[in-house]
Ligand binder design. Structure first.
Ligand code: GDP
Length: 193
């Protein structure tokens, strides 16, 4: 898809603030520092629309981006950052539980993982949460440029096995550095629209 416009429409903390439209929506989740902002910026051809995090775990809002006036990306605050207080973690949990269990416009969760490492315990929990709620997932295995091409398949297999990836969920090899996987990611997203 050729992105010609993208803008942030709202940073929401509660459902009353979610945009009232019927546009298809994709929610992006990932561990803090995994490369989620870079993924969003790459997909939208933007340098810094999504803030490339200097303070992981800081954003505790759901950021809605309107793309080409035809779909929304929802940037979900990163998880798994150690220095977050118990109460902040609980607030995060309530916010995402509310969103993912009630948002009818949601077509799929886009979960970003780091191709270099096996998915963390938090990654596995997040994925299990999506599967428990029967939310389709698209797994983006990013930072592929940091691994030699000859090892990609081995690493993808580890990601697939560690998440116990559902056979209906697709995985896309990605790099925000080189743009690898961008067209494929858009075509997978479009298949849900
Ligand atoms: P976020 O916290 O998940 O939003 O992560 P960021 O997008 O801020 O990325 C965290 C760090 O990883 C930054 O230093 C990025 O430049 C770097 N990064 C993100 N994606 C890639 C990638 O595909 N390749 C490489 N080499 N670095 C990346």
């Amino acid at each position: 898809m050729k992105v010609v416009s993208s803008e942030i429409v709202i940073s929401a903390v509660k459902p009353e603030q979610y945009p009232e439209t019927d546009l298809p929506e994709f929610a992006l989740a990932g561990r803090s520092n995994v490369g989620k902002s870079s993924f969003i910026n790459k997909m939208l051809n933007r340098k810094a629309l999504a803030r490339i995090s200097s303070k992981p775990g800081k954003t505790q809002t759901l950021n809605f981006y309107l793309i080409n006036e035809m779909l929304h990306f929802v940037d979900v605050p990163g998880y798994g950052y150690a220095k977050v207080s118990k109460s902040e973690r609980a607030a995060w949990g309530r916010m995402i539980e509310t969103y993912f269990t009630s948002r009818e416009q949601l077509r799929a969760a886009v979960q970003i993982v780091d191709l270099r490492h096996p998915p963390s315990k938090d990654d596995v929990m997040m994925y299990e949460f999506f599967k428990h709620h029967e939310i389709p997932c698209i797994i983006i295995a990013t930072k592929a440029d940091k691994i030699p091409k000859g090892k990609w398949q081995k690493h993808l297999k580890i990601v697939r096995e560690t998440l116990d990836l559902d056979k209906n969920d697709q995985m896309v090899l990605f790099s925000s550095e080189t743009g690898l996987g961008k067209d494929e990611a858009w075509s997978v997203l479009q298949s849900f629209m």
